[in-house]
Design a protein around this ligand. Structure first.
Ligand SMILES: NCc1[nH]cc(CCC(=O)O)c1CC(=O)O
Length: 310
């Protein structure tokens, strides 16, 4: 709801009126651990169906929850400016990973988070957790876990800035592809909605998340695989005094694939130049960069790790 209201506010700034259509997804209701074999798109399918059925014109998703398979009837019309991408470890003592007591019980349902934790601390006791942020924090309060891991983006959106936690450095915990970004979908043939939403699209967020999600899709990962990816753009120097700077904008992508127990870990990274005068070309550049890195990861045995984690 916060995310939908946020997008409504961005559109209101442009003089575009909207009406909220609250929906409940199966991922909100079914509290069993999410299982990729049983279901994909548990947070997004219901909302996409509302577009197809004309119940709504605009769908607001967390990019991280949106499966990479494309439905030709729908298109991601906007990716607004991205929130922070990091994960955080929530505990009353604000423990960093290295501070956690021996054998501490950590709540997370994410193989990516569990594997990266175990890679650093094989003694930790990783336990599944489900429910919305408030539910999870309640379980932490009740002492069911010593600490839990959440995306910092969600906490910041919910204005929980002062919640006791430590933000995990990317070297320790690389985020999920698309984490911290929103994906705004519309029907592919809805030109009015496409035109309106183009105005809140952030080409930087689009290029970065395109690279991350291409990597995920190339490796046939899905949202439940122990795959982490983070791309960032470094803007080049701006032109000054009519002389074109040779320092182009760059897109840098890092990726990790792990075994479930964290004992095996593949890491790779790379970067490419982006033509600052032509953001429309960034999409292709991002895809090429991700494909180069995913091919290298495959050569190092990434597919096997991903298959074993299923
Ligand atoms: N349904 C899980 C989910 N999808 C998006 C976020 C966080 C917000 C984001 O990544 O944009 C979360 C919760 C979490 O990982 O803590």
């Amino acid at each position: 709801m916060w995310q939908a209201e946020h997008v409504a506010a961005l559109l209101a700034n442009l003089g575009i009126k909207t009406e909220l259509v609250p929906l409940v997804s199966s991922g909100d209701v079914d509290m069993r651990p999410i299982d990729g074999k049983r279901q994909v798109g548990v947070f997004t399918k219901r909302i996409q169906q509302a577009l197809i059925d004309d119940e709504a014109d605009v769908a607001v998703h967390s990019m991280k929850d949106l499966p990479t398979e494309v439905d030709e009837r729908l298109v991601v019309a906007a990716i607004p400016q991205r929130e922070t991408v990091a994960d955080c470890l929530v505990s009353p003592s604000k423990w960093a990973i290295n501070d956690l007591p021996q054998g501490a019980k950590i709540g997370t349902g994410s193989k990516r988070r569990a594997a990266q934790l175990l890679a650093l601390r094989s003694d930790l006791d990783i336990q599944s957790i489900r429910g919305n942020v408030q539910t999870r924090l309640g379980k932490l309060d009740d002492g069911e876990y010593d600490a839990i891991i959440l995306a910092n983006a969600g906490l910041l959106r919910l204005k929980m800035d002062d919640l006791a936690r430590s933000v995990l450095p990317l070297e320790q915990m690389l985020p999920a592809p698309g984490q911290g970004a929103l994906a705004i979908e519309v029907r592919s043939d809805d030109d009015a909605a496409l035109g309106a939403l183009a105005q809140i699209d952030d080409p930087f967020a689009r290029a970065a998340t395109t690279a991350e999600r291409t990597l995920l899709s190339n490796l046939n990962g899905g949202c439940l695989a122990p795959i982490a990816a983070f791309a960032e753009l470094t803007p080049g120097k701006t032109q000054s005094g009519g002389t074109q700077s040779s320092d182009a904008a760059k897109l840098h992508l890092q990726a990790r694939v792990l075994s479930t127990n964290g004992r095996q870990q593949l890491a790779d990274s790379g970067e490419c130049d982006l033509d600052q005068d032509d953001p429309a070309s960034w999409f292709v550049a991002a895809k090429e960069l991700a494909t180069k890195i995913s091919k290298r990861l495959e050569k190092s045995g990434a597919r096997k790790l991903i298959e074993q984690a299923r």
